[in-house]
Design a protein around this ligand. Structure first.
Ligand SMILES: [Zn+2]
Ligand SMILES: [Zn+2]
Length: 480
């Protein structure tokens, strides 16, 4: 739970840092999924020079359930809830929580005779979770623990797919990357899995989707597995299928229309697009997260023919996991006209031999005014949502120049949300460990596997800790 908390707070921090520098007005504040109403008398939220949302003190804190007062002697605004008292001195770079000074990077201020306070630090002093949606300029506040927040992780598994959904005690994994990604996926999701993984979806039989799933099924108790219904004689598929069919207390079935209740208004839906196509990609299991007002559509490698034949099953969504790694054989204009994604995620590997994603697909998405993020530029992409608004841990937008994922990634985001540079300053001379930015494994310098890493994927680390913090897992042969 602690890890999850820090991950969300870090996500929120990153998003705050990415707020544009103009003095734009934050349009709304939502506390526990309810909008806070501001009147002419109360004033309206705005962003200060440090890009922190300043909100009217009294109406916001009262909406949060506080008793609010003003101490004219100390010039402090005071909010009390339960046994917590937070005092906010005007013009100072700190606040007090129960008399203890907490540094703050912005100050409360008086504007038009009203007190405004930096909402994030004050609400966090009361234990709230605060997030920011830059698209709608909404501050999202939750007093609960994190059960009302859902995170959707688009893992950076190179030229492959792996999407992890965490919602309270409920976890779903859609695809597990290539064979070589198995350990990485297991280690990435481990901190989030409470008990069982409720559902694993194998979208279709190709290695870049089922490859790592046998590791996941071995490492965790999986309760339900849904696959496309198509089997394959490849080793990758057989490994997955053997693990799936021998998992105790687990049901395995081909896809059909299905709605799975994740609790508290969150649903995971399987959208049946027909089976028995000759091309495995066309058999992909299509699924959708439906959480109050927010929908996320996961297309697997589904291609245009099936998209176009099933347009009536799609609807206007918020976030699209783009089909087939951004191939021109998927994501038709007809399809986009129906789903209208605000954010599109392309999962692809640097310098992949398929030259994905395709420039036309990126341009098509941009022409829809969609933000387009790629795992090959952003690393692991994490979406956080309360069901009414959402935020991402990246704002690195792809352009048509990012077609074919050419060149070194500009940065790669580690599990903890701390960006590290792939072409980091550690030189071969200084290095004690060598990593593979594609497989996310790291080795001792003398390991044979380390020597075989393609130049473009080489990353050096000075310490073991640097490698682990960067999201790299130790090689099983050299045990670095
Ligand atoms: Zn694929
Ligand atoms: Zn495929």
């Amino acid at each position: 739970m602690l890890k999850r908390l820090s991950a969300i707070l870090l996500t929120a921090t990153l998003i705050f840092l990415s707020v544009p520098t103009s003095d734009v007005f934050a349009s709304s504040v939502r506390i526990n999924n309810k909008p806070v109403s501001y009147t002419k008398e109360s004033g309206s939220p705005f962003l200060d020079q440090s890009n922190r949302a300043q909100v009217p003190f009294r109406s916001t804190m009262e909406a949060y359930g506080c008793t609010v007062s003003w101490d004219p002697v100390s010039q402090e605004a005071i909010a009390v809830k339960g046994d917590t008292t937070v005092a906010v001195p005007i013009g100072e770079n700190y606040i007090y929580k129960n008399g203890v000074q907490i540094p703050n990077d912005t100050t409360a201020q008086i504007k038009d005779n009203r007190t405004y306070l930096p909402i994030r630090s004050v609400l966090e002093a009361f234990g709230a979770n605060v997030s920011w949606n830059p698209l709608t300029e909404t501050v999202i506040v939750s007093t609960d623990d994190l059960t009302s927040f859902m995170t959707v992780h688009f893992l950076d598994v190179g030229q492959a797919d792996s999407i992890f959904i965490d919602y309270g005690d409920y976890e779903i994994l859609v695809d597990g990357g290539n064979n070589s990604d198995g350990d990485y996926v297991v280690n990435y999701i481990k901190p989030y899995v409470d008990g069982d993984i409720e559902l694993v979806v194998a979208t279709h039989a190709h290695e870049d989707h089922v490859g790592g799933l046998d590791n996941v099924i071995s490492a965790f108790q999986v309760d339900q597995i849904i696959y496309s219904g198509e089997t394959s004689t490849t080793e990758a598929f057989q490994d997955f299928f053997n693990a799936a069919t021998s998992e105790p207390n687990c049901t395995i079935a081909g896809d059909s229309d299905l709605t799975i209740d994740m609790g508290d208004g969150a649903q995971f839906k399987i959208l049946e697009m027909g089976d028995g196509y000759r091309d495995s990609n066309e058999n992909s299991v299509v699924s959708m997260i439906d959480y109050h007002d927010i929908e996320v559509l996961l297309m697997g490698d589904l291609e245009t023919t099936v998209e176009k034949n099933h347009l009536s099953q799609f609807s206007d969504i918020d976030v699209l996991k783009v089909g087939h790694h951004g191939s021109r054989t998927a994501t038709s204009q007809e399809f986009l006209d129906v789903v209208k994604p605000e954010v599109s995620i392309i999962s692809a590997g640097i310098d992949n031999k398929y030259l994905l994603p395709n420039a036309d697909v990126i341009s098509r998405l941009l022409a829809m005014n969609s933000s387009v993020y790629g795992t090959f530029r952003s690393g692991n992409i994490v979406m956080t949502t309360d069901g009414y608004a959402y935020s991402f841990n990246t704002d690195i937008n792809l352009t048509a120049n990012d077609a074919a994922a050419i060149g070194m990634p500009s940065q790669s985001t580690s599990l903890s949300g701390i960006a590290i540079s792939s072409g980091s300053a550690v030189t071969e001379k200084e290095a004690c460990y060598i990593g593979n930015s594609s497989t996310k494994k790291f080795h001792t310098l003398s390991c044979d596997a380390g020597a075989k890493i393609a130049d473009r994927n080489v990353i050096y680390f000075k310490t073991r800790e640097d490698a682990v913090n960067g999201g790299y897992v130790p090689c099983k042969i050299c045990n670095p």
